[in-house]
Design a protein around this ligand. Structure first.
Ligand code: ATP
Ligand code: MG
Length: 428
């Protein structure tokens, strides 16, 4: 029996995992500048947390969810996205309360699960980094979130981004747009894809997001949401645009853009890139928007929110394809070569003593001959090679060589064990 990882999953091996750590570290730094703090929520939630928030007709709920009954007959889902769980936690932990600084700004990073057809940049287990800000209706907060997204990509070394924005308006705007869309699509009912026929009355906006060629030809001439905005929704969108301009952030308005999840209103946005690494044409690498009714949907008070999510697999593919310089891989500070069985205890003591002085250190565990050990030190690009042989053991010394300069010294063992910095300062 040969075991294989489940379809649509990936092993992130050493070498590659450094890239992931780098991306995570950069994201944490950027979020800190904007006062976003980390939240960690469960990888699974009650099914309803997602069905209520994503919408019963969304692809995620109808087709992509990993859901099951647990042994206690609870209907559980692996999380397909991050926002619903964060909102659930926000409500459950009363983070809207007076002791929490408003807006409440938080971020998450981790695995998500969707049953999809795997392809490049699309997996069944994948990772997202996301941010959410709760408790302000100000268009300035929408713009801060968008600006932070752009800042993040800049730190990742990606700046040829296309920012597309749109508005889904408030409930009143959406209701009248919805009707206009139904009126427009109804005469074409028979020509629509099966999915879109179902969506037509339940959720006609979803038809605009269809990837089916049958539906796509109706999207171009569909009525525009921008013609159905209430004065308040129009004002919000105008503010967002003028604040983006004030920050010198380029954008295009794409009035046919909707999001894959039902919970958005007012501002929605996507960052896209045109990179062969992700297929032809523009691919979305980060998407988000405002979701003013979501907290109430999960039983909380009327608190608005805005956020985004970005797919880490696509981001890292993109960074690698664009030739972004990831930081140098870690070298080993010290490799300790032991000659003969008698050196065994001492080499172990020395690596431990170096580690307790915060150096990275390693030694041989395969009873290799000295020559092979020196080779290993080389292969690990150890900055210093230390050697303990019969003579050193007898004299209670250890030989230390700076591999870059070739300088070497035989130092008292006790000095290396406690003051390695001083020992190497003589041979640097
Ligand atoms: P798509 O239209 O590509 O299916 P989506 O609208 O379903 O995307 P969102 O739910 O907005 O995507 O998720 C935000 C980001 O998460 C996407 O832009 C993408 O980078 C990433 N993402 C979504 N699904 C997957 C997946 N199955 N594998 C890898 N990354 C994904
Ligand atoms: Mg999708």
């Amino acid at each position: 029996m040969r075991y294989q990882r489940p379809k649509g999953t990936a092993d992130i091996l050493p070498g590659e995992s450094q890239h992931w750590q780098y991306v995570e570290a950069v994201a944490r730094q950027v979020f800190k500048k904007y006062r976003f703090e980390e939240i960690r929520t469960p990888l699974f939630e009650n099914f309803e947390v997602f069905s209520r928030t994503s919408g019963d007709t969304s692809d995620i709920v109808t087709k992509e969810m990993y859901d099951f009954k647990d042994k206690g007959d609870r209907h559980i889902s692996l999380r397909p996205e991050g926002t619903a769980g964060v909102v659930r936690a926000f409500v459950e932990n009363k983070l809207y309360g007076p002791e929490v600084q408003k807006p409440f700004k938080t971020y998450y990073m981790g695995q998500m699960y969707r049953y999809e057809r795997p392809q490049s940049g699309r997996q069944r287990e994948f990772h997202q980094i996301g941010v959410e800000a709760f408790g302000s209706d100000e268009p300035a907060l929408d713009v801060e979130v968008i600006a932070m997204g752009r800042d993040l990509f800049k730190h990742f070394g990606i700046d040829n981004l296309r920012l597309a924005i749109n508005t889904l308006g408030d409930k009143e705007s959406r209701d009248s747009y919805r009707q206009a869309l139904i009126d427009y699509l109804e005469p074409h009912y028979d020509e629509l894809s099966e999915d879109s026929q179902v969506r037509l009355h339940k959720n006609p906006l979803r038809v605009l997001d269809s990837k089916d060629e049958k539906d796509k030809k109706f999207v171009a001439d569909a009525p525009s949401i921008l013609d159905y905005l209430t004065p308040a929704a129009q004002a919000h969108f105008d503010q967002v645009k003028s604040l983006l301009t004030a920050l010198g952030i380029d954008y295009v308005v794409d009035s046919t853009m909707v999001r894959g999840l039902d919970y958005y209103n007012h501002t929605i946005f996507e960052f896209m890139v045109d990179s062969k690494a992700l297929g032809h044409g523009y691919t979305t690498v980060c998407a988000g928007g405002r979701y003013n009714g979501l907290v109430e949907e999960l039983g909380g008070p009327e608190v608005s929110g805005v956020g985004f999510g970005l797919g880490m697999e696509r981001l890292i593919l993109l960074m690698e394809a664009e030739g972004v310089q990831f930081p140098e891989e870690h070298h080993l500070d010290a490799y300790v070569v032991g000659i003969g069985d008698e050196a065994n205890a001492t080499t172990l003591q020395v690596v431990q003593a170096l580690r307790s002085q915060d150096y990275s250190a390693d030694r041989d565990y395969l009873a290799r001959k000295p020559k092979a050990q020196f080779k290993t030190a080389d292969r690990l690009s150890a900055a210093y090679t230390l050697t303990v042989g019969e003579a050193e053991l007898a004299a209670k010394t250890i030989h230390v060589k700076n591999m870059a300069s070739g300088n070497e010294v035989t130092a008292p063992l006790a000095d290396v064990m406690t003051h390695f910095a001083e020992v190497i300062s003589n041979i640097d």
